[in-house]
Design a protein around this ligand. Structure first.
Ligand code: GLU
Length: 472
């Protein structure tokens, strides 16, 4: 049977990286076997809808390359793909369950339910299950609002199998007679997902493991409706080190948080694919296409997946190195502008800056930090630097270089480079004894990016001033 999977987000805001990880796995499970990836919008919780959230879902999936084969905007033979447009189906099957005595109408008021909870009931006390048909008819005629509840036996247990977590069984007396259809005819998530997954012919239901405990309810619904169950694939949580949550407050919860910091979509996908799944070899760099080939359900782990920002930075840096200068500029420019670094600088200066940092930068925003580290720090030598500058012949090297620089009209990296060698010739120094004193005397550091580029970025005036301050 051809595989059909679905990503079923609720349009409640930006896409959380944990949810995006689910989307990636869902996509890969379908694509690995040339299956179909469906996008379904789950908007039955009308109170939680956020304007623009559907567009955020489209944007996120689209920019990550997780292209859906069927969905609200694409159409498909199982549409509509927005739950609020599928209301007739939910009502039809809820009434069918009532007819089969697998569900019942419940007229309990909010007051009754809350006093029931206050007196210690953990779940609904099945009060309306015991109403006679006449009583139900009378209440309905009187126009009393009602919900429809799933009828769950107090006896026995229900089990299902998850491809990741194995067989899970739960005593039926633990399961509440949950509401499946609300009084406004909207279904609950727990009901709608079963109806839609069946009607949309979904073969593999892939979602977070927070749904493991609700799945027995779905198993019972499938049974009551006489339908066969899909294959379940539950995914481990995505957490930070120490089990902490990725949060809005820390700015590490949403896909857009990372895009805004200058991470690249391909790198994010690569990194997230390794959260809870591991390839059979040690490879860590995967394009989406490569993931489609390498992915397999049996290599999904049960234990929580740790979102390690250092690893994300490493992965992202690999992708940054492959960017053209123009693409790198696109990623870094917003940060150079917002930090004020770009102010008054021409294009050539920006280009040199990015060329200097290309191999060091992990994500766009880091350009600010790197810039500050190399160009804004106070010019203070440490003891090691001072000792180096006291070595024999160093003073002559600094003087020769300063004089050459002073006479250079077109001050740019390409023209500075040959002057370093020339200064060496004049002062009789070479190798480490030529480059190191010049680097220390101009940047106060023994390490750094390509020296002529750095000197060009510092500007002639600063370089000469620093050299003069150290020449004896
Ligand atoms: N709308 C649910 C959510 O966003 C979908 C869960 C599922 O995949 O069934 O969590």
């Amino acid at each position: 049977m051809a595989i059909r999977t679905r990503f079923a987000p609720s349009p409640t805001g930006f896409i959380h990286v944990g949810n995006l990880r689910s989307a990636i796995f869902t996509y890969l499970i379908a694509k690995k076997d040339n299956g179909t990836f469906v996008l379904r919008i789950e908007d039955t919780d009308q109170g939680r809808l956020v304007e623009g959230a559907v567009n955020a879902i489209y944007y996120t999936l689209d920019s990550c390359g997780l292209l859906w084969d069927e969905g609200p905007d694409k159409g498909g033979e199982y549409g509509p793909y927005i739950q609020s447009e599928r209301m007739d189906a939910y009502k039809k099957y809820a009434l069918e369950l009532v007819e089969k005595k697998e569900a019942y109408k419940c007229f309990c008021t909010e007051d009754r339910l809350s006093s029931m909870r206050e007196s210690g009931y953990a779940k609904y006390d099945k009060h309306c299950l015991h109403l006679s048909e006449e009583e139900v008819a009378k209440k309905e005629e009187g126009g009393l609002p009602f919900v429809i509840r799933q009828k769950v036996s107090e006896e026995g247990s229900t089990s299902f199998t998850c491809q990741v977590y194995g067989e899970i069984s739960i005593d039926n007396k633990e399961i509440e007679d949950q509401i499946i259809l609300k009084s406004d005819n909207f279904p609950t998530y727990n009901f709608a997902n079963v109806i839609d997954d069946h009607l949309m012919n979904i073969t593999h239901v892939v979602r977070g493991n927070e749904y493991l405990t609700s799945t027995p309810k779905y198993t019972l619904l499938y049974k009551a409706l006489g339908w066969s169950e899909p294959t379940y694939v539950h995914l481990p949580h995505v957490v930070k080190e120490g089990g902490k949550k990725l949060s809005k407050r820390n700015g590490d919860a949403y896909y857009t948080d990372f895009i805004n910091k200058g991470y690249l979509p391909d790198a994010i996908v690569n990194f997230l694919a390794l959260l809870g799944w591991s390839p059979s070899d040690n490879n860590e760099k995967f394009s989406l296409e490569e993931l489609e080939k390498a992915f397999s359900i049996d290599r999904i782990n049960k234990s929580p997946a740790v979102f390690d920002i250092k690893k994300l930075n490493w992965v992202n840096a690999q992708y940054i190195k492959e960017l053209s200068l123009d693409s790198l500029k696109e990623v870094c420019m917003p940060h150079l502008v917002s930090s004020g670094i770009a102010e008054g600088k021409d294009e050539a200066w920006i280009d040199s800056l990015l060329l200097v940092f290309k191999d060091r930068i992990s994500y766009g925003q880091e350009v600010i930090e790197l810039y500050d580290e190399f160009f804004e720090q106070e010019f203070v030598l440490d003891q090691e630097g001072i000792d180096f500058l006291n070595e024999e012949g160093v003073n002559e090297t600094l003087i020769a270089f300063r004089d050459l620089i002073l006479n250079l009209d077109d001050y740019k990296a390409g023209n500075i480079k040959p002057l370093i060698k020339e200064a060496g010739k004049i002062a009789g120094s070479k190798g480490k004894m030529l480059f190191m004193p010049l680097r220390i005397a101009t940047t106060a550091s023994m390490h750094g990016p390509d020296l002529p580029q750095v000197l060009a970025l510092l500007g002639k005036e600063t370089v000469v001033k620093r050299l003069n301050s150290l020449i004896k």
